[in-house]
Design a protein around this ligand. Structure first.
Ligand SMILES: [Zn+2]
Ligand SMILES: [Zn+2]
Length: 111
């Protein structure tokens, strides 16, 4: 995962070098490279724990865990993948759309 601020990728994923900061932004796991840690106001951007205000959050499947106090909360629904559009709903929308379109075209055709 690249740094979410500058797009840099960890040079050595196996470890070593400057530590990368893990955090959660808008319910999603992000990484911040050592350069951005010192040069950017990344704390203002990250989600915070509701209990201890720590930015040391880890996003897991469906939940956010705080490594400051151990609080685990469910991930907000908005971050979860959008549900697949229902085929019936799509049909309805298409029908409504075609009704609108034929309504618009109607007067011209009759003239
Ligand atoms: Zn960076
Ligand atoms: Zn906490």
């Amino acid at each position: 995962m690249p740094c979410y601020l500058c797009g840099a990728r960890p040079s050595d994923p196996a470890g070593g070098g400057e530590p990368w900061k893990r955090g959660v932004r808008r319910e999603r796991q992000v990484l911040i490279c050592p350069d951005c840690l010192v040069s950017r106001d990344w704390k203002a951007d990250l989600d915070r724990c509701g209990c201890c205000r720590s930015t040391f959050l880890i996003s897991r499947l469906g939940e956010i865990e705080c490594h400051g106090c151990g609080e685990v909360r469910p991930q907000a629904v908005s971050a979860v993948e959008p549900p697949r559009v229902d085929a019936a709903l799509t049909n309805e929308v298409e029908q409504a759309l075609s009704r609108v379109l034929s309504g618009l075209a109607g007067p011209r055709v009759r003239r």
